[in-house]
Design a binder for this molecule. Sequence first.
Ligand code: SF4
Ligand code: SF4
Length: 316
Amino acid sequence: MHSASDAPPAFQWDEWYRSVGGRSIQIAEVDEILAEIREHQYPRFTGPVAADRTTFESEASAADALKKKAFALGADEVGVALIEPGDIYQGREVKERFAVVVGQRMRWRKFQQVPSEDSAVESLRVYFTLGEVVIQLAAYIRSLGHACTVEHPIGDSDVLHVPLALKAGFGELGRHGSIIHPRMGPLFRLGSVITDMSLRTDRPIDAGIAAFCDTCKACRIYCPAKAIPDARSPEAGKDHLGNDRYLVDTGRCFPYFAKHKYCSICLPVCVYHHKEWARDFEGFRTKLFPEVDMQDPPPPTDPDAPKHWYPKLKRD
Ligand code: SF4
Ligand code: SF4
C-alpha cells in the first residue's frame, strides 16, 4: 500500500459546505444529476474480474488498447501515470500502481455567461458522462483479467486527479489552479481508473503554458473573490516543470463558489489559446468571451477551515 504523510486529507464536500454556512446552490437539474450519480453509478464501481487474463505484446500496446477503448467510450483525452505516495489522499489505501487518467471537455457554449445555471449544470453533466466513461473503462479492464478501481470525477476519490493528469501529459497548471490543455483549454473534467495492469506511462509536457501565465493575469482580474495570486509561492511546492506553484486561496474561492452556482469564472475567461478552444462546437454560434457577473464576495473562511491542496509535484 502506498501512503504519504504530506498528502492532503480526502476531499470532503459536506465539510467544505458546512464551513461556509451550508450549500446554497438550489438547481433542480444539478440535484437530479447528483442523485443519478449516487443511485446509478456508485453501485457499478465494482464487478467480476475475468478468470482468463489477456496478454499484450508490451506495456505500450496494453496502454494503447486502454486508450483506444476510452476514446471509443467518449473520452477527449487519456493518459497513463505512475501513482506515487503524494498522489493519494491521507487515510486512503491504494494498492494499484498505475492511473489511467481520462478527461472530457465541457461545452464552451454553456459557459457563455458565468456564473449561471447553464455552467453549473454543464459541470455536473460532465461529471456524469465522464463517470460513465471510467465505469465502462473499468469493466473493460476487468474483462481483460485485471482488477481495477474507479476513481469518479465527482470528488470523493482516493487519488488526486490533477497531479496524475499533469504527469500523464494533459497540460500545465494555470495561474487559476486548473490544468490548461493545449487544445481543450481549461474547460474539461478529470476522472481515473487505477490498476496494477502493467502499462507504459506518458510524460508531462512543456507547451509554454506556465510561462504564458506569468505575463497574463486575466483570471486574477476577473476573480470576484480575489483568490488568484499575483505571484508564484515558493511554499506551495513545485509544478511538474520545477516552477514554484501559484497558490489559489481556497478560503476565499470556496465561499464564493458555494454561493454563486460553482462560480467557474476563472475557466472561460482564461485566454490561453482562447481562439482555439472558445469557438463554435457542433455548429453552435457562440461569443468569444463570456458575460461575467461579479458580485461582492462573502467573507473568507477561517484560516483553519478545511482547505484543498496537493503536494509538490516534481519528485527529485
Ligand atoms: S472559481 Fe470563482 S472565486 Fe474561485 S478562483 Fe475561480 S473565479 Fe475565483
Ligand atoms: S487567464 Fe491567463 S493567467 Fe489565468 S490561467 Fe489563463 S492563461 Fe494563465
